[in-house]
Design a binder for this molecule. Sequence first.
Ligand SMILES: NC(=O)C1=CN([C@@H]2O[C@H](COP(=O)(O)OP(=O)(O)OC[C@H]3O[C@@H](n4cnc5c(N)ncnc54)[C@H](O)[C@@H]3O)[C@@H](O)[C@H]2O)C=CC1
Ligand SMILES: O=C([O-])CC(=O)C(=O)O
Length: 356
Amino acid sequence: MPHSTNGDIKITVVGAGGGIGQSLSLLIKTQLTRELPNHRQALLALYDVNDDAVRGVAADLSHIDTAVTVVGYEKDKIGEALGGADIVLVPAGVPRKPGMAREDLLVINAKIVRGIGSSIAQYCDLNKVFILLISNPINSLVPVLVKELESKSGNIRAERRVLGITKLDSVRASAFLHDAAVEHGLKPKSNTLEDVTVVGGHSGETIVPIFSQTACCDALPRDALEALIHRVQFGGDEVVKAKNGAGSATLCMAHAAYTVATSFIPLLTGQKRSITGTFYIALRDAQGQPINNSAKRLLGMINDLSYFAVPVEITSQGVGEVDTSVVERMTKYERERLLAPCLGKLGGSIKNGLSL
Ligand SMILES: NC(=O)C1=CN([C@@H]2O[C@H](COP(=O)(O)OP(=O)(O)OC[C@H]3O[C@@H](n4cnc5c(N)ncnc54)[C@H](O)[C@@H]3O)[C@@H](O)[C@H]2O)C=CC1
Ligand SMILES: O=C([O-])CC(=O)C(=O)O
């Protein structure tokens, strides 16, 4: 299965033998056909440097009765795993243990992500593939990956194909908002939880949930709202502490990444010309110029930071227009108490990634 010829959708999971990789691959194998038009097939390519793990996961998943074809690729077969991919999901790297910050993973995971970036530049079509990065610290590793792709491929639009997944923050914000609403006697009107836009980055105070733009925010007491914001910003710590040395969030992350991956299906199958989603993206191109006018406007609102998580339009050309309206409509409290500290910390993380 080297290439996704004849119109099949090819999704490659790099780091498929790990906690996130296995759960994410299970979701893709069991659920993806529901999202596909009848005449389209899906290929799921699993890659990991741990040969036993990838062999085992591929054999195990291939016994499930869905029409998604699963193939495992061992360490020296990365070219075949990546060739022809429409989406490359990257949950490869080391997770946190208690007492560690995501930033403590930078040196080790940057080495891993750079190696993967180099292989993507070699084997993927950078005018076609979407690279969805999960590995931490996202705030610094998206810059690392973009730089690697630009230098190894010479493709001046490579930055538009790289999307840092911050979806788990909005998944948590929705879940915790629902919990808080129930706790304060605000009866949810349906089983569908409210979406919460989260901008900034993916670590502590760089995570900026915009609860003011949700329906039930005004009904919550101020202290409950502040506790909610803190819980979203430090939600990852809750899981790291609970797992007590056995790693960080895997199941909720797999759910978040699966949701993101399936949101691309209408674009990949030509049912839609564009989709939208919130991603941590590069706002400047390889020459340092804003990627478009909306990115230029956003840069003016965020102290000129070159990377930021924001709702954005995605077309077959990659990252398109960013939606600046969520940042424009933030309250004074959100601007001063959340956005300002986010920008300070995020600037440092971007610099750390670029200086490696
Ligand atoms: N963006 C986000 O919201 C989240 C990110 N993460 C991050 O995701 C990463 C993975 O987490 P887990 O799955 O829990 O870790 P894990 O240790 O269970 O799995 C990582 C897998 O990556 C593989 N790997 C290492 N180097 C590789 C390479 N060069 N190529 C291919 N595979 C390679 C390992 O063999 C292992 O199977 C961590 O960095 C973690 O911090 C975790 C949760 C949320
Ligand atoms: O906390 C971690 O290290 C993993 C992660 O990014 C999250 O759960 O949000």
